[in-house]
Design a protein around this ligand. Structure first.
Ligand code: SF4
Length: 383
């Protein structure tokens, strides 16, 4: 199959309940709203496809929200609409985010039949009191049950999401979470640090002076980060991005596409896109989304359309590429921009090589171990 590569992101903005730290575009919703949303999403999938006839879809990612809240018929209908309207590569990676407490064997088997071949399960912590603090709907035992159900349903490519830096969390507790997860042998583990976002319940509780004291301090956070890499490497995982670890051959292709500047199209409420040199996103207003006549005119659906200059694209290539542990390649840079990366960033590379944050292993330039800790310091020089 030939054609330009395109990644599809499908946003499902529904959850059973809002977690206390979450600022994603997601909320609980009645079933009839979910039904209306899926109908509109299928319209959007069909209308948008006419603008991308020379593309081949290489990955599909159902994110949210909690996509696994959807009845299997919804996922089946979305996948049928994609296959009917788009050219999808035979080996496409098709992921779906799932939360414990929303999965059954029957639902998972139907997802597989619909074409989902990778599951990303949100565990966050193996400690039940931390899960309660986060406002998650499940316990660690619920997760274990879901994980086993997913394996029994035939999923042989599973990611588990974890969060460090939870209020009250100790280094011992975090290490226990990482070990217990690794012992289950998922193919991929994402371990992000908690960020206290404005507009969340956590922001009210933990952004003040007193509240901050309840969070692990900076040194503990740094220890957590180092311990994660250490523990996971003993279990056979390789860090390939600042917060992502995989067994050989199971790096997430969809997210790697984001970090390496592939084109992606976001479908569904608020979803972001980068295609044909432009960034844009779908309107965040659910009411507008549900009532728009997409066949008549789809353009009002899109907001913040931004044409990227070459300078913007170079900056993104550097900032996102440096997140990958293999770094950015001067050869790829030359191919994409017809320019010499080493000459263009001579000053920045020299400065950070001297401070021990970058290393040059031709054709790659990458963050050192110390640089991975201080990635923001390096990246701000490429903005
Ligand atoms: S399940 Fe995920 S998307 Fe939903 S509220 Fe919790 S963190 Fe947010």
């Amino acid at each position: 199959m030939t054609g330009k590569k395109l990644e599809l992101y499908i946003h499902i903005p529904f959850c059973v309940r809002k977690c206390k730290y979450c600022d994603f575009l997601s909320a609980p919703a009645e079933e009839y709203i979910r039904d209306m949303y899926i109908r509109q999403l299928i319209e959007e999938i069909s209308v948008q496809s006419q603008f991308y006839t020379d593309y081949v879809v290489s990955t599909i990612f159902f994110g949210g929200g909690t996509p696994s809240i959807l009845k299997s018929v919804h996922v089946t209908n979305i996948m049928s609409a994609i296959y009917a309207n788009w050219t999808v590569a035979a080996n496409a990676e098709i992921s779906l985010e799932a939360n414990p407490g929303t999965l059954s064997q029957e639902r998972l088997m139907n997802y597989r039949t619909a074409g989902i071949n990778r599951l990303s399960i949100g565990l966050q912590s193996a400690n039940n009191s931390e899960l309660k603090v986060l406002g998650r709907i499940h316990t660690f035992e619920d997760f274990l049950e879901s994980y086993e159900t997913a394996r029994n349903a035939g999923f042989d490519n599973i990611n588990v999401d974890l969060i460090s830096g939870v209020p009250g969390q100790t280094l011992t507790s975090w290490k226990n979470t990482v070990k217990r997860t690794a012992m289950l042998k998922p193919e991929h583990i994402s371990a992000y640090s908690l960020i206290i976002e404005e507009g969340t319940e956590f922001h009210e509780l933990y952004s003040s002076g007193e509240g901050k004291k309840l969070l692990p301090d900076e040194d503990t956070e740094r220890d957590m980060y180092h311990e994660t890499a250490g523990i996971l490497s003993t279990y056979g995982y390789r860090r390939y991005e600042i917060s992502n670890y995989a067994r050989e051959g199971y790096e997430c292709r969809h997210n790697t596409g984001y970090w390496t500047g592939e084109e992606y199209l976001g479908l569904g409420l608020g979803a972001s896109s980068y295609t044909m040199g432009r960034r844009f996103h779908v309107d965040n207003d659910l009411n507008n989304y549900l009532h728009m006549d997409m066949h008549k005119d789809i353009t009002p659906l899109y907001e913040d359309i931004q044409e990227l200059t070459e300078r913007d694209r170079i900056s993104e290539f550097m900032i996102l590429g440096l997140r990958m542990t293999k770094g950015v390649s001067a050869e790829e840079f030359a191919e994409r921009f017809n320019r010499n990366m080493m000459e263009m960033f001579y000053y920045e590379f020299d400065k950070h090589v001297r401070s021990g944050l970058l290393e040059i292993l031709p054709p790659y330039v990458r963050l050192t171990e110390k640089g991975l800790d201080l990635a923001n310091v390096v990246m701000q020089d490429f903005v």
